[in-house]
Ligand binder design. Structure first.
Ligand code: TTP
Ligand code: MG
Length: 383
């Protein structure tokens, strides 16, 4: 089956977060990095890149190139927080995500075409959501494999969006310099240049034996495939998800407890469904609530028993919500779960009958879409 892989990478990530948090940095050459004698540049805003500043450059050199720049040390916990928000958004666009670093990931979006008219529109929606929720701009590449999608996301940075159709792969690759290929560093590029190989098209044309004699067995096979746009590596999620959750921001703030509980029930059902789909049971349930003035509360509770039942999640969430005693002016509500154990680690209190019921409901939902079967109280019309 043809695959559809998306690579997403934030633009000037650390610098963009700083520009969001500090109005006075916006539109200016901003350099984030170590300040000591041996300090290096972590990253810099696109305004600073015009002066030739880039990641991993000694800070002293950056100061010389861009004396009018703003130089700051950076705030990693804050970048991690924004990263988490971005990965939470990714979660809603694909069930299969491979994080590559703090600001980039592969998303396998094969088979998601039912949710979109075109892959480009799907990517635009994701970009827009990241921008609206976090203020950060992402560049996206979509292609039939990881290798091509990673090249594509970089091609039109900043604010890029490049889609490589499966029948245009060679056309896309051929003019690119070999340096664009993953694993081709300065050394290999120099060696290839001696064979007059500068572009991917050149690389495709040289004999395999020649390539082999220069770069060795493993690299030759790697380059041979990539030059033809072949890359079978799957999108491989690292470890397991740390949390599964859903949240919703309201156009109009919620003004009653009943409305809030109804939404919390819907969210609990959604999260339960996702947990079961992923084969997890959660130990901890977390409520997030944001008021109209942006004050944000998070409260969590350990379940008596790890669970993925809607009702257990909702009962805990309801308790947390009631303890907060906030009855109006609610802008956002979220339900999330963490502390996952395997489904197999069944305990003494395991309720097989309930498990079968949920398996049946999930089976129907799979066939008829998520809302095939819903709990009675969810059907109630909202007042
Ligand atoms: P990158 O995605 O490589 O760079 P970037 O997001 O700053 O810029 P762009 O993607 O638009 O080219 O790296 C993500 C973050 O990782 C970056 O903001 C800072 C950090 N980083 C370092 O600390 N040192 C480095 O050498 C690199 C490359 C990145
Ligand atoms: Mg980036």
């Amino acid at each position: 089956m043809d695959r559809l892989i998306m690579h997403v990478d934030m633009d000037a990530f650390f610098a963009s977060v700083e520009q969001l948090d500090h109005e006075e940095y916006r539109g200016k050459p901003l350099i984030v990095g170590g300040m000591g004698n041996r300090g290096v540049v972590s990253t810099c805003s696109y305004e600073a890149r015009r002066f030739g500043v880039h990641s991993a450059m000694p800070m002293a050199k950056a100061v010389k190139l861009c004396p009018q720049g703003i130089f700051i040390q950076g705030n990693y916990p804050r970048y991690s927080e924004v990263s988490q928000e971005i990965f939470d958004i990714f979660d809603r666009y694909s069930p299969l995500i491979e994080p590559l670093s703090i600001d980039e990931a592969f998303l396998d979006i094969t088979g998601m075409e039912r949710l979109m008219d075109t892959p480009r529109q799907y990517a635009m929606k994701l970009k827009q959501e990241i921008r609206e929720k976090t203020g950060i701009i992402a560049s996206v590449g979509i292609a039939p494999n990881k290798f091509l999608s990673k090249i594509a996301s970089d091609l039109e940075k900043p604010d890029g969006l490049v889609v490589v159709d499966k029948d245009k792969v060679q056309e896309f690759l051929d003019p690119l310099p070999v340096r664009r290929i993953w694993g081709v560093g300065v050394k290999t590029a120099g060696e290839l240049e001696q064979l007059r190989v500068k572009t991917v098209a050149d690389l495709r044309q040289i004999e395999y034996e020649k390539l082999h004699s220069i770069v060795g067995d493993k690299a030759a096979r790697h380059l041979f495939s990539l030059a033809r746009g072949i890359d079978e590596r799957p999108v491989a999620p690292r470890g397991r998800a740390k949390s599964i959750g859903n949240e919703v921001t309201f156009g109009d703030d919620l003004q009653t407890v009943e409305e809030a509980l109804q939404v919390l029930l819907e969210l609990s059902v959604k999260v339960g469904w996702r947990l079961r789909k992923a084969g997890f049971k959660a130990k901890t349930v977390q409520l997030k609530l944001r008021k109209h003035d942006f004050t944000t509360y998070t409260r969590q509770k350990q379940l008596f028993e790890p669970s993925n039942f809607d009702n257990d999640i909702y009962t805990a969430i309801k308790e947390l919500f009631e303890a907060l005693n906030i009855t109006n002016g609610i802008r956002l509500l979220g339900v999330s779960t963490t502390g996952f154990g395997e489904m197999e680690s069944l305990s003494l209190f395991h309720d097989e009958k309930k498990d079968r019921l949920y398996e049946a409901i999930d089976g129907i939902n799979k066939r008829y879409g998520k809302l095939g079967v819903t709990r009675g109280s969810l059907m109630k019309k909202k007042n």
